[in-house]
Design a binder for this molecule. Structure first.
Ligand SMILES: *Cc1c(COP(=O)(O)O)cnc(C)c1O
Length: 522
């Protein structure tokens, strides 16, 4: 790509839709924007600071001796740059976000208002506990809601995301096994599992073995039973699973796992589908993380914070991490940390995080829970399942739906790319979906379905929104089946066309170099 003298990159193809292109490269509200490094000048600055009176000597000779090389821009230039970039982002506040396994639902503004209250937003983790009683009460009350909703015995609030919660759960399991002098080395994970499950098991020091799925997309119970033995520490199961299907054999699975002396870890990322309907504790589960940022709203994606409390069974509760918020007999709240652990939680495996977890996520989740109430939470599950089945049944005649015959799905519908024309795959459909103004669904995951398209509309989409999405999907699916090679060119209306995402992931360019330098480096 050439950079023209002003730094602007005209990218509008002149022949597209018969237009003449634009001089600026802009397309109405879609404004082209060079990199800050291409625009800014090293010899100018947007701020005017007095010379500093502090002289060197305090950094032990490590002070910078060259220019920092950051581009100088005025404030409006910097503001425009980031505002323009932000307008090229897809967002849940813009439209339907069908990413399966992610539960991208509307985030009520009430949550945000509550989370920004100074008593929650401005507390410091090292403040004296008597000055943060309200914050501790929020953590404690949310903990009791999570216990009620899951029918479990204890909960660790501090893990900071789903994967961190998985680690917490496996560390509880390891501590319980060690306490009974039992050395076990293997964790069994179904083929359809989210990548974090085997990664967590490996990180916790276990060897991972996979359990096959049966034709109906569920865990093959007989294969699991055959593999259980004295070397198996735990089985990690997602329910509803990553094919959007409920594991109906869950109690039989738990019984078999327990009979073999192992523990059942449940990946609870899909709790949205069953909240208020099913209590995981009734299914024999020993530990399960809850992604507060999925089931209980709170913005996520794009690197936003998560929170992954872990609920545990009676067998694992003694080993849970520190700290935790406890209500004392005198009605005050206390953060139980190392100094009181010997008395209050002696068998804890230790600490997961420096402090007590994600306060902002706790307040958002509790606001969400209280504003829905128990009946509203049950309706969340019902509506999310209804919406996913509406999508499934509206598309199954144009897209291969491998499990549709075995009954309804849960909160997400899965399709494959079977029947697409020569050379076309899921990626081509997804790129065309961008042109229709939708964020693509989760693609090529789970691996058990060829060219998987995993669609989770969530309960917050209206029928009108789903109908529009379905209409777009139907049209693109028909093009894909007829072998329409123009799909290979999609997206054509996006600010950038088809990018080499693999190259971007494998060889990210994180440091700006002048074009001449960059060429020389190649
Ligand atoms: C999102 C997700 C995870 C991981 O949760 P994070 O909060 O992203 O760490 C694990 N398992 C499943 C099934 C998920 O959907």
């Amino acid at each position: 790509m050439t950079v023209n003298p002003s730094g602007w990159r005209p990218t509008t193809p002149a022949n597209e839709q018969g237009s003449a292109g634009t001089v600026t490269g802009n397309r109405a509200l879609q404004l082209e924007e060079p990199l800050l490094f291409e625009r800014g000048r090293l010899d100018q600055t947007g701020v005017d600071l007095p010379d500093t009176k502090v002289s060197g000597g305090r950094l032990g000779g490590l002070e910078r001796n060259r220019d920092i090389g950051l581009p100088g821009l005025s404030e409006p230039e910097a503001v425009r740059h980031y505002t323009r970039l932000s307008r090229q982002n897809y967002a849940i506040d813009l439209g339907l976000f069908p990413l399966g396994s992610c539960t991208m639902k509307h985030n009520p503004r009430l949550n945000e208002k509550v989370a920004r209250m100074p008593g929650f937003a401005d507390v410091h983790p090292m403040q004296p506990q008597e000055t943060v009683q309200g914050a501790l009460q929020v953590i404690n009350e949310l903990a009791f809601w999570l216990l009620d909703l899951t029918g479990m015995h204890g909960v660790a609030m501090s893990p900071k995301a789903g994967a961190h919660g998985e680690l917490c759960g496996l560390l509880c399991i390891r501590a319980a096994l060690e306490a009974r002098g039992d050395k076990r080395e293997v964790v069994l994970v179904p083929e359809s599992a989210h990548g974090t499950n085997p990664a967590t098991a490996a990180f916790a020091g276990y060897r991972v073995e996979s359990i096959p799925a049966n034709k109906a997309g569920r865990v093959d119970l007989e294969a699991l039973k055959a593999r259980l033995g004295p070397d198996v520490a735990a089985v990690m199961i997602t329910n509803p699973n990553t094919c959007g299907l409920f594991e109906p054999d869950m109690i039989a699975i738990s019984d078999a796992v327990h009979a073999a002396g192992a523990f059942v870890y449940c990946d609870g990322a899909n709790f949205n589908a069953i909240v208020g309907k099913v209590r995981p504790g009734d299914l024999g589960i020993d530990a399960m993380h809850i992604n507060l940022h999925k089931t209980f709203s709170t913005p996520h994606g794009g690197g936003g914070p998560g929170s992954g409390p872990v609920v545990v069974s009676e067998a694992l509760a003694p080993y849970g991490p520190l700290p935790f918020a406890a209500k004392m007999p005198d009605g005050t709240y206390k953060l139980v940390e190392e100094e009181s652990a010997a008395e209050m939680h002696p068998e804890s495996f230790g600490r997961m995080t420096a402090f007590h977890g994600q306060m902002g996520m706790f307040t958002r989740a509790l606001a969400y829970i209280l504003s829905h109430g128990a009946d509203g939470l049950r309706q969340v599950a019902e509506d999310s399942v209804l919406n996913a089945n509406y999508v499934l049944r509206s598309l199954e005649d144009v897209l291969d739906a491998p499990f549709a015959k075995s009954g309804p799905c849960m909160h997400e519908a899965i399709f494959s790319d079977r029947g697409f024309g020569e050379g076309l795959s899921t990626i081509d459909l997804a790129k065309a979906l961008i042109d229709e103004g939708f964020h693509p669904m989760t693609m090529y995951f789970p691996l058990v379905v060829h060219g998987a398209m995993l669609i989770e509309p969530t309960e917050t989409e209206s029928k009108a929104a789903l109908d529009q999405f379905i209409a777009a999907m139907r049209s693109i699916a028909e093009r894909a089946k007829s072998g329409d090679q123009s799909l290979k060119a999609a997206p054509i209306y996006a600010p950038r066309r088809r990018l080499d995402e693999t190259l971007a992931a494998r060889k990210p360019v994180l440091v700006y170099r002048e074009p001449a330098q960059a060429e020389a480096a190649e």
